[in-house]
Design a protein around this ligand. Structure first.
Ligand code: C6P
Length: 420
């Protein structure tokens, strides 16, 4: 029985100590201290089940998919398409045909910009994003604006790192053609009221994409309940492999969309007189896909569903609140963003130490955090900082690790002569 199954059988709340046993890397030491991995927003570690699923594919049945009558190709195809079914369940999408495999959140957003939004905008039309977006939900829209003459509008945020539904409504005009916003901020940890925002946008006829890169690891996501048109996430942030991600799209919208890339597997027939495209999702999956990656993603989804996303959300909400509270007590520290609903990340700056100094000093104690602009330069500018340090949490993190982080921050202060 894996640790997950044991913890599920045991019932009750999530048991991180048990779950940690599923993650081989968590056993290692860094600079002579046990690894405290608090860089989960950048990428999560992988449970044995995910590692095994990829290995098993390469060891036992790997072949190209959708292309062979031979046994290995049939088996690979069945496993690859099985992963699509698992992802459908993970998002509670109505149909597997609405699950497009892509490289990650970035590619999913670029795909929607090219294939859905671009053919529908004219010069002067507006695309709306928020001030807390990751670059991958800003730059594709800026590129689109350059190509089409459309205009990018930005929903402002408060000092706490939040916006209200009314702020989004205020940004929607008769010219708005699309709204693209983040579900959970990778820097502030803010959980946005996506369901209400989608309802407000759709009542004005504005289609919505939600960037779920930082939501999917931490809470149940139900695309039907959210009533969202497009939803994007990355495998590597939900304990799955890198190089594989998902675009969920409503089937009627996908069916109207032009292909993103041309190549093998996305066509029905090709001739020099003209080409007919395949139906979704194949239409958007040109070329040989990341076969083992998709299979590994399927295993990651199974892993999370076995634990239960509700259980993960409940455990992490308590852990992250504990962390934010304990970190706020460190002399001189300034938390960047104090949202009412937070998931995953706590960003901060300290009076003397640059974020890179903080991350380096913590690394010497085996504690991994991220320092930098986190691919959110407009957000850094909003808070008047060039960079932040960021601790980000996952299902295997414990209160002891939070305590180790806080002790490490006191040490940073001591090294800079602040905290004795
Ligand atoms: N954020 C972080 O350290 P990709 O790289 O395509 O898998 O995900 C991009 C992305 C999109 N949206 C949000 C909200 C994200 O947080 C990220 C990735 C990482 O915060 C790496 S910059």
């Amino acid at each position: 029985m894996s640790a997950v199954q044991e913890s599920v059988v045991a019932g009750g709340g999530l048991n991180p100590e048990l779950l940690r046993r599923d993650f081989p890397v968590l056993e290692r030491e860094v600079h002579g201290s046990p690894l405290v991995y608090l860089d989960n927003a950048a990428s999560t570690q992988k449970p044995q089940a995910v590692i095994d699923a990829e290995l098993d594919c390469y060891r036992r049945y790997y072949a190209n998919v959708h292309r062979g009558v031979h046994t290995l190709s049939q088996e690979s195809t069945a496993a690859f398409e099985g992963a699509r079914g698992r992802v459908r369940r993970f998002l509670n999408a109505p149909s597997e045909q609405e699950i497009v495999f892509v490289r990650g959140t970035t590619e999913a957003i670029n795909l929607v910009a090219h294939s859905f939004v671009e053919p529908r905008v004219k010069p002067g039309d507006e695309i709306v994003v928020t001030h807390m977006e990751h670059h991958s939900n800003i730059v594709p829209w800026q590129l689109l604006c350059e190509r089409t003459g459309a205009v990018l509008r930005v929903v402002p945020i408060s000092d706490a790192g939040e916006f209200e539904v009314a702020d989004v409504e205020a940004a929607l005009t008769a010219r708005t053609r699309f709204l693209s916003l983040v579900h959970v901020s990778n820097v502030l940890g803010t959980v946005n009221p996506v369901r209400e925002i989608v309802a407000a946008a759709k009542s004005r006829g504005v289609p919505v994409l939600v960037d779920g890169a930082q939501a999917t690891p931490h809470m149940p996501v139900d695309v039907q309940e959210l009533d969202v048109d497009f939803y994007a996430f990355s495998g590597h942030k939900i304990y799955g492999p890198t190089g594989i991600g998902v675009l969920y799209g409503r089937y009627d919208l996908l069916a109207e969309m032009v292909p993103y890339q041309g190549g093998g597997d996305m066509i029905r027939t090709v001739s020099f007189a003209g080409t007919e495209y395949a139906d979704p999702p194949a239409r958007f999956e040109a070329g040989t896909p990341n076969i083992a990656g998709a299979i590994g993603l399927g295993a990651a989804v199974d892993y999370l569903l076995a634990i239960g996303l509700e259980r993960i959300a409940a455990y992490e909400a308590e852990l992250v609140a504990y962390a934010a509270e304990a970190m706020a007590e460190v002399p001189g520290i300034r938390l960047i963003g104090t949202p009412r609903r937070r998931a995953g990340a706590v960003s901060f700056v300290m009076p003397e130490a640059h974020p890179h100094d903080i991350a380096t000093i913590l690394d010497q104690q085996g504690i991994a955090i991220r320092a930098g602009h986190h691919c959110t330069e407009p957000l850094m500018e909003r808070y008047g900082v060039p960079a932040t340090a960021r601790a980000s949490f996952g299902l295997y993190n414990t209160r002891d690790e939070v305590d180790a982080l806080v002790a490490g921050l006191h040490k940073v202060n001591r090294l800079f002569g602040l905290d004795t």
